[in-house]
Design a protein around this ligand. Structure first.
Ligand code: MEV
Length: 427
């Protein structure tokens, strides 16, 4: 299977699906998942969430050209924003010319926390908890025996005092923290079960009361990373030479490394790519977002999640690292047919491989955004797709969307007001 599919974006949706089947990227059953009967999907949704009365659909697209650790990868992305999939595919094409992305990820280890308050003797409570570390680890492991059979389970237990000198707004507390390897599962249920199982023992050992018992979404022990190297010749755009674009990308990165307003937008561009994969694969994008932005501020100042520099051979080198506690198994993923197809398209990766791919897509997205920003600006590429959204929003019949979008672009009036006027025959 090759991830280079020239002309894929110019095909009709049916032709794209046929291509994916013919190249062996998807089976007919995988495709059937994408085109599930709406009534069935709605009925399933009614079992998953409370008070369901409808569905909110997102485009499910395929980013092409990705080469990750030497493997061809077609990337499923669920995202509503125009240009993101095209931008990721464009950047992946530039990067594959220099060997593609290198990506990896830590084992899937996440923290659970138990908050303990009201101890009479804080030092004795801490010592008692630490003195029973092994027992606590055993109880946590026994709360989920199948995890151990899959090679996972609790890995470490720590006790941390918080607010040792409380004031009127803070209380003294101990935090019991358990690091759990959840293998290929997202892990929230596993870890929350362990925390709730430990809480009564923690109370009796510490003599205090437990308050919160919950997983932490700050997955700083579960980082995904990607790096890429781009030959400057690949970067030439319009009047800008390749080396000029390379140097301007580094300057744009330095802006994001030094300024929080810019860093947030820079990181938002990275998350355009990461979230597209996270949502398509049925993972919890709010957890990933929360962890990513906390990680961006780990030095005490919010910074760019990626770095860009020029190496000794004059090539542009990008690197991205962020918490990526993603799952590839578990009921919440399996219950989503489109997520199953996303994982099939990715070649059924384990959690670590998926985190590496998501990091590569985030880095690609960042490269594409920076390249556009430092050359033509992002609006030129964005407006043609945006014009289609404007045409749709104005109520254009599907067979007239492209014609109307082109007309709006040609006249430079990309507004719903003008689109409606055209539809009423008044333009
Ligand atoms: C838009 O969704 C994302 C960008 O703003 C990212 C960036 O500025 O780096 C283009």
């Amino acid at each position: 299977m090759r991830a280079r599919l020239p002309g894929f974006h110019r095909k009709s949706m049916g032709e794209r699906l046929r291509t994916l089947i013919e190249t062996g990227a998807l089976t007919r059953d995988d495709v059937a998942n994408l085109r599930g009967e709406l009534d069935d999907v709605l009925a399933a949704a009614d079992h998953r969430v409370e008070n369901v009365v409808g569905l909110h659909a997102l485009p499910w697209a395929v980013a092409t050209n990705f080469l990750v650790n030497g493997r061809e990868v077609l990337v499923p992305m669920a995202i509503e924003e125009p240009s993101v999939v095209a931008a990721a595919s464009h950047a992946a094409k530039l990067v594959r010319a220099s060997g593609g992305f290198a990506a990896d990820a830590d084992p899937h280890r996440v923290w659970g926390q138990i908050q303990v308050v009201g101890c009479r003797d804080w030092d004795a409570a801490e010592q008692a908890l630490l003195g029973h570390r092994e027992r606590l680890l055993e109880v946590a492991a026994a709360a989920h025996p199948t995890l151990a059979r899959r090679g996972g389970g609790p890995r470490a237990l720590a006790v941390r005092p918080l607010n040792p000198e409380p004031d009127t707004e803070t209380s003294r507390m101990l935090i019991v923290e358990l690091l759990v390897d959840t293998r290929d599962a997202m892990g929230a249920n596993v870890v929350n079960t362990m925390m709730e199982r430990l809480a009564p023992i923690v109370e009796s050992l510490s003599g205090g009361q437990t308050v919160c018992r919950i997983l932490s979404n700050y997955a700083d022990q579960c980082l995904g990373r990607a790096t890429c190297t781009v030959d400057p010749d690949q970067l030439a755009a319009g009047a800008f030479s390749g080396p000029a674009v390379r140097d301007r990308i580094v300057l744009a990165y330095q802006f994001a490394a030094s300024d929080v307003r810019r860093a947030v937008t820079h990181n938002k561009g990275i998350m355009n790519g990461v979230d597209g994969v996270v949502v398509a694969t049925g993972n919890d994008w709010r957890a990933v977002e929360a962890g990513a932005h906390a990680y961006a501020a780990r030095s005490g100042r919010y910074r760019s999640l990626s770095t860009w520099r020029v190496d000794q051979a004059g090539r542009l080198v990008g690197r991205l690292e962020l918490p990526l506690a993603l799952g590839t198994v578990g009921p919440s993923i399996q219950a989503q047919p489109t997520a199953r197809t996303a994982l099939a398209l990715l070649g059924h990766p384990d959690a670590r491989a998926l985190a590496g791919i998501a990091a590569a897509v985030g880095l690609a997205q960042n490269l594409a955004a920076l390249k556009a920003l430092v050359t033509d600006g992002i609006q030129r590429g964005h407006m043609r797709l945006h014009a289609r959204s404007v045409a749709l929003a104005a109520g254009a019949p599907l067979d007239q969307v492209d014609a109307l979008a082109n007309l709006l672009m040609d006249r430079g009036w990309v507004t719903t007001h003008h689109a409606r006027a055209w539809l009423r025959g008044r333009l």
